[in-house]
Design a protein around this ligand. Structure first.
Ligand SMILES: Cc1ncc(COP(=O)(O)O)c(C=O)c1O
Length: 476
């Protein structure tokens, strides 16, 4: 996001030429690579095109770049390549490796939010800043000593946090865990990554919900896994779909998000929970239960997780602090058989030596404090309020053009658009109007769905944001 400094005494075109020369010198633009067009650079750097033309002329005179009509401007291969300094081709490295880049829409969302922080944000899947327990955490941090030990800690996780989670899991989720059956992770995302990398092998087949948050994670493809879909209806996935995927593809694991499912908000029915568990134990098939949203249940009583009903030991349970407190703390956990916890803790030792001890101490204190229960109560009321504002705005702006089910917990509203509009066009038009959302295709669904994360937007922006979205839709 570098921009030339207008107050500096060096002319803008020289600053730009120096900046480009530096990026070429670092190998960001290797010999032969195409530079952005003059028009695009002028737009990015907020200068006139003539300033970029002058900067290119400087670099051309230094033999660093070559322009050919019709084929753009490239880093010189002859003169520049002939200098004694040979820079590695960093772009080739950046595009190599086994780990796939994020899906294009998610990269575009990140870029649009960086370019315009004023966008009304219904896209980021997290809580708004004012819903995080900042004051409570600040108070706890001032009251406790946090630095009695700052060496490498147990890669399985800080013991007092695991102990606090044993009580939390029993009180809030009906799960009987012990501290040795808990692994602390850097959010649920790391739990998913560890499972994909350490418990499965390239070529293994897994089943994920359709639509699914997991569909937006190329991480599974990076691990060489083959993904098969389980359609989600208003009660959850169908157990017979699990059986038939097992028969056809010998799936090795099933990934489910049964409480206020991302993106649809679905809460699996009691009957479906039992049927899914029955299918898993009949096939000896592990279920990964990803449960970040359950404590947001607006009526204050989330149903028991699969893990609490699991009599055959089929469930690997994943929890997180991200959607009930703050995603930036990066605290998640997994409850699993001891052999799995040991294996994954060993992997953590090799990957990052475990999570930083400080957020683990903070969360252990917070969970045990008198602040936690009132925080949850406030969070639920605020989320429900934002849900209602969003629905009210959608009904007044887009009545007859949309369909949705009213979520009873979570942060998201999954909306079907009745007009058939390509999602990239709608997305770009909405961004132009000042609002951003996630198109349904990111979750593997067709183009006529969108996800609005009302939990992220500010209450006072919701009506305006939906009105802007409606404008974009009408325009197309
Ligand atoms: C269903 C689901 N699982 C996992 C995650 C990852 O969250 P975190 O790593 O912050 O716990 C998310 C985040 O949006 C999610 O929606």
């Amino acid at each position: 996001m570098w921009k030339p400094d207008r107050q500096h005494k060096k002319p803008l075109y020289i600053q730009i030429a120096d900046h480009l020369a530096h990026r070429i010198g670092c190998g960001e633009f290797p010999p032969g690579s195409l530079l952005p067009s003059e028009r695009k650079l002028a737009e990015q750097l907020d200068v006139n095109r003539s300033t970029v033309i002058l900067a290119f002329a400087e670099l051309r005179a230094a033999g660093m770049i070559e322009s050919r009509t019709g084929s753009g401007t490239r880093v010189s291969t002859s003169k520049w390549g002939a200098t004694p300094k040979l820079t590695p081709n960093w772009r080739r490295y950046a595009e190599g490796g086994n780990f796939l880049p994020n899906v294009p829409f998610l990269r575009r969302i990140r870029e649009a939010l960086l370019q315009n922080p004023q966008l009304i944000d219904f896209a980021s899947g997290e809580l708004a800043a004012d819903l995080a327990p900042i004051q409570e955490i600040t108070k706890l941090m001032s009251e406790h000593q946090y630095t009695s030990y700052l060496g490498y800690d147990n890669p399985q996780g800080y013991i007092p946090l695991r102990q606090a989670l044993v009580t939390y899991l029993s009180d809030y989720r009906g799960i009987k865990a012990t501290e040795s059956s808990i692994l602390i992770t850097s959010g649920s995302q790391q739990s998913l990554h560890l499972i994909a990398q350490c418990l499965l092998a390239p070529g293994d087949a897994i089943a994920i919900e359709d639509p699914s948050y997991n569909y937006s994670l190329p991480m599974f493809q990076s691990a060489g896994l083959r993904l098969f879909r389980l359609p989600v209806d208003e009660h959850g996935v169908q157990p017979d779909d699990i059986r038939s995927l097992y028969k056809k593809h010998r799936i090795k694991m099933v990934f489910l998000n049964p409480n206020f499912h991302n993106p649809t908000g679905t809460l699996y029915s009691e009957e479906r929970r039992q049927q899914v568990l029955d299918a898993a134990s009949e096939l000896g098939l592990p279920i990964v239960e990803d449960d970040p949203f359950s404590l947001t249940a607006y009526d204050g009583s989330p149903p028991p997780p699969l893990k609490a009903l699991d009599s055959s030991g089929s469930v690997l349970y994943i929890g997180s602090f991200s959607k009930i407190a703050a995603s930036g703390l990066r605290i998640g956990w997994m409850v699993a058989p001891h052999s799995i916890v040991e294996r994954l803790a060993d992997a953590r030792q090799q990957i990052d030596f475990g999570l930083s001890i400080i957020p683990q101490q903070v969360v252990a204190q917070f969970l045990q404090s008198a602040y936690f229960a009132p925080h949850l109560e406030r969070l639920r009321a605020q989320l429900q309020f934002k849900r209602d504002l969003t629905i009210e705005a959608l009904n007044s702006e887009l009545s007859g053009l949309i369909e949705y089910a009213v979520p009873q917990g979570g942060l998201h509203l999954w909306v079907k658009l009745l007009p058939d509009i390509p999602d990239n066009k709608l997305f770009e038009e909405a961004v132009k109007k000042g609002v951003i959302f996630v198109p349904g295709s990111v979750y593997g669904s067709d183009a006529s769905f969108v996800r609005f994360t009302y939990g992220r937007a500010k209450a006072e922006e919701i009506q305006e944001g939906i009105a802007k979205f409606a404008d974009a839709l009408r325009e197309l």
